[in-house]
Design a protein. Structure first.
Length: 262
């Protein structure tokens, strides 16, 4: 089964480019290309991509996740993991990882070819609003590093009720942080993906005017953009080595560090 080709067809049908998808998910467009053309990547990456494209999988026993649905389909047929592994040409531990949603996409494809040959993606019935897809919570382990460097964060102009950022003041969506004055010693900004350029320009203006002494932006690096070149001469840049798991705005996906709790 070629999951990558199915995803590629849906992405193009949505009118999305590789760069647009990569920017939205905060990953390189090469990673998206590798998943589409070579079925390379992780189950979590595939899930994030399907969520962004508003896709759900049909043609397999219903369940909570794709791994649990594969397990339910296997049990429905009366197969053991060893039997499925033999038919798919993979190891028994590989099947176990697939069912635990911890396998690579290439292994997932091999198993699905046997257990669910009619699997296909379709648009979800209830479309999520753009603002839901556009906003991701800064993970607490990253916030912890920011606090250790900057100290107390005085302002978060992109605040959310479920945010992990322990800012003294926050501007929420209804406050429109772009229209507010950023008068603070330290400002932390993780902007909505679709408005990153506007928040970059706002941050630059707030710093140059002296309203904000230090502004740290967490953004996807796009060196070709006008906003990047307008700010590059004045900004200190930190390139992140690792990828972080950004939480959905509807819930906190991980525990808050103890010293962040009130």
């Amino acid at each position: 089964m070629d999951i990558g080709s199915l995803i590629r067809s849906e992405r193009k049908g949505n009118g999305k480019t590789l760069v647009q998808v990569g920017d939205a998910l905060a990953i390189s467009h090469k990673s998206v290309w590798e998943l589409e053309k070579q079925n390379r990547g992780t189950r979590k990456g595939l899930e994030r991509l399907c969520d962004f494209l508003e896709l759900e999988w049909v043609g397999i026993t219903p369940g909570r996740s794709l791994g649990s649905r594969i397990r339910a389909e296997r049990l429905r047929r009366g197969w053991t993991q060893e039997m499925l592994a033999y038919k798919a040409g993979v190891s028994r531990p590989a099947v176990s990882r697939v069912e635990a949603d911890r396998a690579y996409v290439s292994t997932l494809c091999a198993v699905l070819e046997i257990i669910a040959p009619d699997l296909r993606p379709r648009k979800t019935v209830n479309r999520r609003p753009v603002k839901f897809r556009d906003i991701r919570l800064t993970p607490p382990e990253f916030v912890e590093q920011v606090v250790s460097v900057l100290g107390k964060i005085e302002l978060d102009p992109c605040g959310h009720t479920n945010s992990f950022v322990p800012a003294t003041h926050q501007f929420y969506e209804e406050d429109n942080g772009l229209s507010q004055a950023w008068n603070a010693q330290t400002v932390f900004v993780n902007p909505p993906y679709s408005m990153a350029a506007k928040f970059m320009r706002k941050a630059h203006a707030a710093w140059r005017s002296g309203a904000a002494k230090c502004v740290l932006l967490l953004i996807t690096l796009r060196t070709y953009s006008k906003s990047f070149h307008d700010m590059a001469a004045d900004a200190d840049m930190i390139f992140l080595r690792d990828r972080y798991d950004f939480g959905l705005p509807s819930k906190r996906s991980c525990q808050i560090p103890h010293h962040f709790r009130a």
